[in-house]
Design a protein around this ligand. Structure first.
Ligand SMILES: Nc1ncnc2c1ncn2[C@@H]1O[C@H](COP(=O)(O)OP(=O)(O)OP(=O)(O)O)[C@@H](O)[C@H]1O
Ligand SMILES: [Mg+2]
Length: 287
């Protein structure tokens, strides 16, 4: 089983489970990204979110919001709750209390993982999850078919529009020359870019990336920064990362960085601002 709810396991079902014979979804509401109400400029809003594990507060009244089109970097020490926050946003972990909204109206705490994925939130886990035994091209094709609306044409030939989208994505992730190679033969950095490409095939409104540069060479890291910078504006992104050079390449001079510690926001501002913050220096960056 792969971890990513947006990517199907290879034994593709005849019909997706949630589409019952009556044609009515059994859970959640299928929301297309176009239906996300971003009239107030906010794509994601968390307020006072608390998550406890056996009395330990992994998230402690966390409040944070992301503007539509923003590329937000999140930094903070190990155990700060960064991954737990992504688990809450994607429906993997239920918060004890607090609000989690996609746009103005979509209450993510009421939805399960597959409906949240379909609502337009794509998540990149740390470990690349690609179909190793399949060519790069097919990985993108399968990711697209996992998207809503594609089930009907599962066995139909790829139409021209779909082919064009795959080609565009290959170009974007710089894997044009690898299209026919098995995904399993790619380098770690190439696999990470492929998985991002697979998420992009589903045209997410918000992409969550948890330590995407971990284990990459310096060159691969900078290529990834270039890709994410290129995506800026086409979807909103939340990137959790420890690599400060990567964070600097993504946030530039004006981009906002959020520092988390002990389950809440410790500081927020430009990278230069948070680097100068005494509490951040104490708890994370060191002297
Ligand atoms: N399922 C769980 N059960 C119990 N404790 C958990 C669980 N998930 C996370 N925790 C604890 O919650 C705290 C926050 O963990 P989390 O993984 O969110 O931190 P993080 O900021 O992502 O850290 P890192 O930078 O190391 O990835 C940690 O102390 C962790 O041990
Ligand atoms: Mg983590």
């Amino acid at each position: 089983m792969n971890e990513n709810p947006m990517v199907p396991d290879l034994a593709l079902p005849e019909e997706p489970a949630e589409r019952s014979l009556s044609g009515v979804a059994d859970f959640g509401r299928v929301v297309t990204p176009g239906e996300i109400d971003v009239s107030h400029g906010t794509i994601l809003y968390l307020e006072d979110v608390t998550v406890s594990f056996d009395g330990f507060r992994a998230l402690n009244a966390l409040t944070l919001s992301i503007d539509v089109g923003e590329l937000r970097c999140i930094i903070g020490p190990n155990g700060a709750g960064k991954t737990t926050m992504m688990d809450v946003i994607t429906g993997k972990t239920e918060p004890d209390s607090g609000k989690v909204f996609l746009g103005q109206t979509i209450d993510l705490t009421r939805m399960n993982e597959p409906s949240i994925a379909r609502a337009g939130i794509g998540r990149k886990f740390q470990k690349p999850t690609v179909f190793e035994q399949h060519p790069v091209w097919e990985n993108l094709e399968l990711a697209m078919k996992a998207d809503k609306g594609w089930w009907a044409s599962l066995r139909a030939r790829l139409d021209r529009q779909a082919q064009a989208r795959i080609e565009e994505t290959l170009e974007l992730i710089h894997l044009e020359s690898e299209a026919r190679r098995l995904a399993g033969e790619l380098s770690h950095g190439q696999k990470q870019r492929l998985e991002i490409g697979m998420l992009l095939m589903q045209q997410p409104a918000l992409l969550l990336l948890d330590e995407p540069a971990a284990g990459m060479t310096d060159d691969e890291t900078m290529q990834l920064a270039e890709l994410l910078n290129h995506l800026r504006g086409t979807c909103s992104m939340m990137v959790v990362e420890h690599d400060m050079e990567f964070v600097a390449a993504l946030s530039g001079k004006a981009g906002k960085v959020t520092v988390m510690a002990e389950g809440r926001v410790l500081a927020h501002g430009t990278l230069d601002e948070v680097k100068r913050d005494e509490t951040v220096i104490e708890s994370y960056l060191g002297r």
